[in-house]
Design a protein around this ligand. Structure first.
Ligand code: NI
Length: 136
């Protein structure tokens, strides 16, 4: 029997989507408003899901306090109120799309969560646009 526990978190961050080898027009056509050369912000909503067997000793799949602290330390501290392109090394040469941000978040969390637990990241860039990543 597997159960999934979820923890929600939030961060505000600025980004710009563009390719250096594109003209401003090409960038605007490809990335729309998100290619604004002066950056812009999003209110990102993050949902982290951890799936596994219930530990009979504790009744937990994972201690939510541990998960909360992990998300805070690894993700919120790194991303909140940051310019993702400029201040977060993972996006120096990688477009900070919702897709890429979700993969980076997953990779940062995965190494701190026990191997037998499955990890899923859901990232909302806007209330209506969101991506999911499960590591496959
Ligand atoms: Ni954007």
């Amino acid at each position: 029997m597997k159960v999934t526990v979820h923890r929600k978190a939030h961060f505000n961050a600025a980004h710009r989507l563009y390719r250096k080898d594109f003209t401003d027009d090409e960038n605007a056509k490809t990335f729309g408003k998100c290619s604004n050369p002066n950056y812009h912000g999003h209110n990102y909503e993050l949902i982290v899901g951890v799936t596994g067997e219930i530990d009979p000793k504790t009744g937990f799949v994972m201690d939510m306090k541990v998960l909360k602290d992990l998300i805070y330390n690894e993700i919120e501290q790194a991303f909140d109120h940051k310019n993702l392109n400029v201040e977060v090394p993972e996006f120096k040469d990688r477009n900070p799309t919702a897709e890429n941000i979700a993969v980076v978040i997953w990779n940062k969390l995965r190494k701190h969560i026990e191997k037998e637990l499955e990890l899923e990241v859901v990232l909302y860039e806007t209330p209506r646009n969101f991506v999911t990543y499960k590591g496959v």
